[in-house]
Each structure stands twice: as C-alpha cells, then as structure tokens.
Design a protein around this ligand. Structure first.
Ligand code: G3H
Length: 493
C-alpha cells in the first residue's frame, strides 16, 4: 500500500517542505527558502527551508534528550522498528524512484535500484545491530597477573550523530548513516544535501511512519554555510558522518573540534586493464563503472590505464560498448540511460577538463558534445600526466584513457593521485591481480569487476583524501558509531 506524504509539505504547487523535529513536521519560521530545481528541465521540485539557528538547535536538543531512552530500549525493539522502516521503503520504492529521478536526474533503473537497495540495507544493518556485543578479557592471560580480574568491554553508542548524505544518493547514502547509528543506540540529526533534500525528507517520513520514537531521528534542511556550520560546531553533536567532497570535509574537520569524524569522500578510481584480460568483460564493466549516473559517483571509474599491447583494440571495444549502452536523454524514460549533470556549474567544469585535455594533445574518442547539463558519454584517449583530466575528479560523463607500458607504470600513476578510494584491475592472471591489488594505495580493489561500493555489507573506506574511517559495511560502520566501555570485575577467585 502506498503511503500518503501529505504531512511533509503545504500541499501547494510547488510544495513548500517542513523540517522534522520531535517526531513531527514543523513549519519553519525562516525567511530563507531554497528552491530545488530538477536538473532535467529546471522545473521546481519543491522548496525547502534553510532553517534558523533556533530550529537547528531544536533538532540537536531533541536528539540529545531522546538518546538515553533510545539507548535503553531493548535492542530487539529498535531492530523491529528499523525492519518496519525497510518494509515501508520497499512498498514506496516506485514513489521514491520517481522522486530521485526528478530531483537529481538519476536514470530510471538506477533510481529504482537505489530505493530497493536501501530497504535491503536497512534490514541487514538492523540484523547486524541485533548481534552487537562486546568482548570479555581475563587477567590471567597477562604475564604475572593472577586470575582475579574480568573485563567486560561493551559497545556503547557515541551519542548524537550528525548525518550528512550527498546529493547523488539522497536515500541510499542517508540510510546507512541513520540505521547504523540508530540500531546501536545513537540518535541522529540528518542534514541532507540541498539538492536531494526532498528525496531524503520522504525517507524520513517513512521512518516516522514506522514508529521511530520522537526525537530519535530529526532532520533539518539548509545551506552548509548556515545550518551546516552551526551543526558541525555544536557541542552536543558527538559524531559527524559525512559523504561528500574532500573540500567540504576539510572545512568540516577544521571546524568540528573534538568529535568523531567519519568521511566518505572524493575519488579518482583507476581501472587497470592488462593485456591478458577478457576484453569483452573489461569493456562491459568499465562502461558501467564509468558512466552509471553519468559518472556522478564517488566510486566511478575516473581513469582507465591500458597496457600498450592492447591499447587501440581495447579503446575501440570500450568506445563501442559505451556508445551503445549510454543513451543521452530524459532519465524519466527508461530507455535513456544517461541523464543530466547535476547543475550548470558542474557541467561547465566537465567541459573545462575536456578542453584542457584536448588543448594539450589528447584525442576525443567518443562524444564530447554538451547542451546545457546534458553531455554525451565522452571518452578522451591519449591522456597524459600533464592534463588536469588525469588528476581531477570530473563527476560527470567523461572518461580519460591512458596508455601504459605495464602494470607497474599503471600502479605508479594510480598511486600518484591525492585520492585513494577504490580501483579495479582486469587480468586473467591471479598473480598479476594480486600484485596490483597489493601495490595500490586505495581502500578497496575490484578484480575483474567494476568499481562499486556495494554490496552494502562489504567494508568500504577511502585512503588518503578519500576518507576517514569505515564509512560503509554494516559491521564496520556500526563499530565506528560505537565505542568500548570497559567494566572490570575484581574477583576473589
Ligand atoms: O558516490 C558515492 C557512492 O558511495 C558510490 O556508491 O558504488 O554504490 O555507486 P556506488
């Protein structure tokens, strides 16, 4: 049964949204509202408040007040509520899908996958949280100590978690931050990215309808420089779990003070294609890994390095697969698998990188045309180290291809990046795959598969400027959102 979403906004056209505090949707007293335009056609999807400092304060206070009672609720009850939220998300997957498409221009089947994948993620995280236990230590294991102390190290919540998901996964990146925190007894203030906020607000409504108690989950919207800054510096916020750009994270880290920081950040993932690989498989996987959601994924493949022996042959194959697979157009229509870039500024940046590479001698192997936010799937070959495209993260539908002598050169180039999120290697040789995987300075490596964060229970982190802490993977994220509290029993025995 589909849910009624009328409580979230004023039911006008365009809808003016409320913010969510103390278990209820609240009308903001702000005089600063933000229009959210669809990247597809610029139409207004809705209007969200940039809440006042008093309203942001209400959200933190509400989370703080609700934290202890929530922590003290039996774990199985927390788990049951989260399963209910997952069911509601599943029931409303079509609705969420359409909203995600409209608000961020994600292609149809990817938006659908985002909604469904989120329900599975919540179910899995809830079950992982159910088994959250600590460790037991016996003093007799330590040299020279008698058997007279037993330490019980329990995992306890951090307190109030500020969750900041990015525009590109307003539902699926919001969910682990919420559910990882809630299942382990934390409470949450969610501050969604402004573009994407409306999808996030709908997800919050489903958590409310699932029966999450008042104050356990609050949500405020607004610009980073207003409400975001206020929240990240707030003394009652114990942890910040953010996915976004390195630049944003650096600012947050400088301002946050003594808080636990968890960051999932930018990447410049390299895909290394060795001469002995299955070229058809590599082309298919790299195509998907580079151009899903038009390259607007942190784990998007953002450089391909091909051994010179197969360079021309593979480039041809890759171009042909990408040309067939990624059809530019309105993402509301299932057949169009490449939608718009999120906004004009981002689109101009992609073109700037393209121009720089072409001016410095690169070759346009595919695409290259752009009309406003819509840009063809573009491949730039013969990219060299002196071009910005070799190092900067375009976050758009453009893929640089570089020729390398061997895997050692590829790994050297890959490791020169300031980022270290993920990489992939395509080869039939187990030895080569292992050597490359060992040498790459990244948080995770795919062997013969596209770069991707999921499945969502896999450990996922970024090295270097790509992150801080284990930002995904149920067991690991829940671990990050809790800490050990050690109780030592001194016994006579
Ligand atoms: O944009 C960053 C996301 O974490 C990427 O996730 O690999 O599932 O697309 P994905």
């Amino acid at each position: 049964m589909m849910t009624n979403f009328n409580e979230l906004h004023n039911n006008q056209n365009p809808p003016v949204y409320k913010f969510f505090v103390d278990g209820a949707w609240q009308i903001s007293k702000t005089d600063h509202y933000l229009e959210i335009h669809s990247p597809i056609d610029n139409s207004i999807v809705g209007v969200v408040p940039s809440v006042t400092k008093e309203e942001a304060e209400m959200a933190v206070e509400s989370s703080r007040n609700a934290q202890k009672p929530w922590e003290n609720l039996p774990i199985y009850q927390r788990v049951d509520l989260l399963h209910k939220a997952a069911s509601l998300i599943k029931e409303n997957a079509d609705y969420l899908r359409d909203l995600i498409i409209l608000e961020i221009g994600k292609p149809f089947s990817e938006a659908e996958e985002e909604a469904l994948r989120t329900a599975d993620l919540i179910d899995y995280y809830a079950e992982e949280g159910r088994r959250l236990v600590g460790d037991v230590w016996d003093s007799s294991a330590y040299p020279g100590t008698k058997r007279n102390k037993i330490a019980i190290a329990r995992r306890v919540p951090l307190g109030v978690v500020l969750a900041i998901p990015p525009f590109n996964y307003p539902v699926n990146e919001g969910a682990p931050k919420i559910v990882g925190a809630l299942v382990s007894g934390n409470t949450v203030v969610l501050k969604p990215s402004t573009q994407g906020a409306i999808s996030s607000l709908h997800m919050i409504e489903l958590f409310r309808q699932a029966g999450i108690p008042a104050g356990v989950l609050n949500c405020v919207t607004g610009k980073g420089e207003d409400v975001g800054d206020f929240l990240v510096t707030h003394k009652q916020v114990d942890a910040i779990n953010l996915t976004g750009s390195y630049e944003t994270a650096e600012i947050v880290a400088k301002k946050a003070g003594m808080k636990k920081l968890l960051f999932g950040l930018s990447g410049k993932d390299a895909s290394i294609v060795l001469a002995d690989c299955d070229q058809d498989l590599a082309a298919e996987e790299i195509a998907k890994g580079s151009f899903s959601y038009g390259g607007q994924r942190c784990t998007g493949i953002k450089r391909v390095m091909v051994e010179e022996k197969i360079y021309s042959e593979f480039l041809k194959k890759l171009s042909s697969v990408i040309h067939k697979k990624f059809v530019l157009g309105d993402p509301r229509i299932k057949e169009y698998t490449l939608g718009p870039i999120i906004d004009d500024k981002a689109a101009q940046y992609v073109e700037e990188l393209l121009d720089d590479a072409l001016n410095l001698g690169a070759t346009l192997a595919l695409g290259g045309k752009r009309e406003g936010r819509f840009m063809e799937a573009t491949i730039v070959s013969d990219v060299t180290k002196k071009m910005r495209l070799a190092w900067e993260e375009p976050f758009g539908p453009i893929l640089p291809v570089m020729k390398v002598k061997d895997w050692q050169e590829a790994v050297g180039l890959a490791n020169q990046s300031e980022y270290g999120l993920q990489s992939s290697v395509f080869t039939k040789s187990l030895d080569s795959a292992w050597a490359v995987a060992n040498a790459l300075e990244v948080g995770s490596i795919q062997i013969n598969g596209k770069d991707a964060r999921g499945p969502d229970h896999f450990p996922f982190t970024g090295f270097k400027n790509s992150g801080l802490g284990m930002v995904q993977g149920a067991k690991y994220l829940i671990g990050e959102l809790t800490r050990y509290k050690t109780i030592v029993m001194n016994t006579k025995g």
